[in-house]
Each structure stands twice: as structure tokens, then as C-alpha cells.
Design a binder for this molecule. Structure first.
Ligand code: KMT
Ligand code: NI
Length: 180
């Protein structure tokens, strides 16, 4: 019940906002995501402004920074351009931490064998993607997400598109997979 739904993607070039499940569907468990360094919490997004559960996670993990981004054609300046950037396969030097307050969206991450896993994020899902993991983001067919962005200290949004295999953060991440 508290699991987020995730699955291996097909490789059709159809609209990225569609689910892209394989036939038959090949689900991915939370344990498999954890082995990739992806962690998930389910929170009550209705009380995000005053939620002791969220507060505890922020304190434990040092998420001092937060802001809120609304991903909708009328709300996000340069919407199409940004979506294109978000869907380019990339990595960051720091963890990417997102908490869905309203709506839905997909995060795609690469597994150990370089296959795409699609993670369906809905209201109340908080996820952390580790520094160095290749990933991308897209709205789903509803085209609406309001998400909290969290960060340890001053945020750095810079994305490095693949290939970034020589980056120290990438090598560290790849090494960490061998030990998990
Ligand atoms: C990223 O770097 O992948 C993003 O910021 C995704 C959009 S924020 C919900
Ligand atoms: Ni990213």
C-alpha cells in the first residue's frame, strides 16, 4: 500500500507522458530501488506546511533548503524548454530530493544494467535520487505536478547530461552499486 509503483519501461518512442509499461508488466520493488540508492517515504501532503514527519526527515538528513515548483504550462515559465531539459538523461553532483504535494509525475532512473525504470510519483511521495545516478523527469498525461524541492544547504540545480561517466560522483556511484 505504501509502495510507489515502478516498472521497467518499454523502448517505444511514443509520448513520454504515457506509462510505457512492458507487456506483460515487469514491476520493480522498493528493495530493488533501494539497491540503486533510491529511497522513498510516503507522507501526508495535506499537512506539508506543518508536518512533524516531514520535519523529522528534514532534520535527520539535513535538508535545510526547500522551495516549491509547480510544473504546469500556465505556472512554469519556459515550460516546454524546461520539460525538454528535465527529460534529457542527466546526473547531479548532489542528491535530488522531491516531494509531490499535488498531481503526479514520473521519475525514470537507470538500473545496474542500464535499463530504464519508471517511478510513478503521486501526492505524498517523497523520493531521493542519489548523486551520480542517471535519471530524467516527465509529467504524466495529467500535465500537473506541484513538488517540494529539498536540498542539503544552498541548492545547486546544475544537471550534467549523459555522458558524464568520468565524473568523480559518477564513479563513486557506480562503485557503490558493486557493494550493494
Ligand atoms: C531534475 O533535475 O530532474 C528535476 O529537477 C526534475 C523536475 S522537479 C520535480
Ligand atoms: Ni535531475
Amino acid at each position: 500500500m505504501c509502495e510507489i509503483e515502478s516498472w521497467y519501461m518499454d523502448d517505444s518512442s511514443e509520448d513520454k507522458r504515457l506509462p510505457h509499461k512492458l507487456t506483460p508488466n515487469e514491476p520493480v520493488t522498493l528493495e530493488e530501488l533501494q539497491k540503486l540508492g533510491v529511497f522513498h517515504w510516503k507522507l501526508n501532503a495535506d499537512i506539508y506546511e506543518n508536518d512533524p514527519g516531514l520535519q523529522r526527515i528534514r532534520e535527520e538528513r539535513g535538508y535545510t533548503y526547500m522551495d516549491i515548483i509547480t510544473i504546469h504550462p500556465d505556472k512554469l515559465p519556459n515550460y516546454e524548454e524546461k520539460l525538454k531539459m528535465f527529460y534529457e538523461e542527466h546526473l547531479h553532483l548532489d542528491d535530488e530530493i522531491r516531494y509531490i504535494l499535488e498531481g503526479r509525475a514520473y521519475f525514470d532512473v537507470r538500473d545496474k544494467n542500464d535499463r530504464w525504470i519508471r517511478i510513478a510519483m503521486t501526492k505524498g511521495d517523497l523520493i531521493t535520487l542519489p548523486a551520480g545516478i542517471y535519471h530524467r523527469f516527465t509529467p504524466d498525461e495529467t500535465n500537473y505536478t506541484k513538488a517540494m524541492r529539498l536540498f542539503v544547504g544552498e541548492p545547486v540545480w546544475k544537471a550534467y547530461n549523459r555522458p558524464a561517466d568520468d565524473f568523480e560522483v559518477r564513479q563513486k556511484y557506480v562503485h557503490s552499486l558493486k557493494c550493494s
